[in-house]
Design a protein around this ligand. Structure first.
Ligand SMILES: *Cc1c(COP(=O)(O)O)cnc(C)c1O
Length: 425
């Protein structure tokens, strides 16, 4: 059978030369390796630094130095409403209306703040549905919320087991679980992309199903934001949360984000409040009574951390120019090439864990060494020594993530060549 791919440098370089997005790579700092550069395939864990960030932070430092408190009003980008400078681009990246998104806090904090409003257990309806093997923070957060409300995780935490080979979860399994337990589920809390398997979830179908059973629904988009074109508003989800240091390239520990669907924009939902969530027009009257700003902004606690918002602003500007649709188009090709390389060049030693249908995965392939965990660790370390950077997730998964803003077909080939050299050694 003929394929569009070849495992040669000439083919990879030609594909890179024909890539309409190739110039974006130059806007990032690629970590060095020896005299050259790493093949950085780890943007799902920590995205690379956009070159423009350093100068942009310098501008805010200058304003602080020269204007001090006046920077809130007279800075080149006044700090008072600085979070609004990222709002429109953030809304575009997640497919939401501007009033539905806010950059604030970090993922774990936002998850708790959202659950304060959207997890309101009653004696009849008290359970939270998550996926088995969820990211630890999500597991800890939901379990602690269950306990905080006086319920027990043994009865009120339902974990969806993977029912497909390699551990991914079918829509049918979600339907079955909701049919069986829906009446006692208060909140369905699933990922956009599962961090270990790389499986993409159908947010709209899940939200519709959850609502049909009377549950609230929230999504953790840590591995989905900046990776897949999202339509959060249309999905109908009640809320979503994410971090910005993975595909969004906003730097280590970057400021996180939250989405609250427009239908809750003016509802007086219970929440943990702070002065920055107060109605903007009367915030500085400093009155005792909390009046929430409509929309996601109403969940802010503190005045925004300017230095943390700068890299996000810079990064989102790059996303605006690249466009999520074009990025997705390239991601499908890059990931398709990586998959083909693994199957055709390494099929005897490696297996792909991530779903094979392109629509059910993003820019990440989770790969397992067939010979087991020990050999998996050995390959992972060999790759690292040779400048091919992926990451390791227990018990036995190497995640390789060619991201369309700065990765090349050549990086995928470099992975395959290094893995081949390791297998021969
Ligand atoms: C990366 C990630 C986190 C990290 O949470 P922080 O609060 O940003 O440290 C949480 N959940 C998932 C699913 C993740 O992928």
């Amino acid at each position: 059978m003929s394929t569009p791919y070849e495992a040669t440098r000439a083919w990879a370089q030609a594909a890179d030369a024909a890539d309409p997005l190739r110039a974006f790579r130059d806007e990032f700092l690629i970590p060095p390796h020896g005299d050259g550069q790493t093949h950085y395939l780890c943007g799902n864990s920590l995205g690379l630094q956009p070159r423009a960030v350093r100068e942009a932070i310098g501008e805010e430092l200058s304003d602080w130095g020269e204007l001090a408190v006046e920077g809130h009003f007279r800075g080149r980008r006044p700090w008072l409403n600085y979070h609004e400078f990222v709002r429109d681009d953030l809304a575009t990246v997640v497919g939401a209306k501007p009033i539905e998104v806010v950059a604030m806090n970090t993922l774990g904090v936002n998850l708790h703040l959202m659950m304060v409003s959207f997890y309101r257990p009653t004696p009849e309806r008290h359970a939270i549905l998550i996926e088995a093997g969820a990211f630890p923070t999500d597991r800890y957060a939901v379990e602690s919320q269950v306990r905080y409300h006086g319920f027990s995780p043994a009865l009120s935490l339902i974990e969806l087991e993977g029912d497909e080979p390699n551990g991914s979860i079918s829509m049918a399994a979600i339907e079955r679980t909701l049919a069986e337990h829906g009446e006692r589920i208060a909140l369905v809390m699933l990922p956009g992309v599962q961090y270990r398997t790389g499986q993409v979830f159908d947010l709209k179908a899940i939200a519709a199903l959850a609502h049909k059973h009377g549950c609230m629904v929230g999504f953790d988009l840590a591995h989905a934001v900046g990776n897949l074109p999202l339509q959060l508003h249309d999905s109908g989800a009640d809320f979503a949360i994410w971090c910005s240091y993975k595909y969004l390239n906003a730097g280590p520990g970057a400021i996180g984000g939250a989405f609250v669907h427009e239908r809750h924009a003016t509802a007086t939902l219970p929440r943990f409040a702070g002065w920055w969530g107060h109605d903007k027009s009367t915030r500085f009257k400093m009155g005792p009574e909390f009046v929430p700003t409509p929309g996601a902004d109403g969940w802010q606690l503190s005045n925004p951390p300017i230095m943390a918002l700068v890299p996000l602003r810079v990064s989102l500007e790059i996303f605006r120019r690249a466009g999520m649709e074009r990025l997705r188009e390239k991601a499908l090709k890059l990931t398709g090439y990586l998959e083909w390389l693994v199957d055709s060049q390494l099929g005897d030693v490696l297996e792909v864990v991530t779903p094979r249908e392109p629509s059910r995965r993003g820019s990440q392939l989770s790969i397992r060494v067939k010979a087991g965990r020990e050999q998996g660790r050995a390959l992972f370390e060999y790759l690292e020594r040779n400048g091919v950077i992926g990451d390791w997730r227990e018990p036995d998964v190497i995640r390789i993530s060619p991201t369309p803003l700065y990765n090349r077909f050549e990086d995928c080939l470099a992975f395959a060549e290094a893995a081949r050299a390791w297998a021969k050694s």
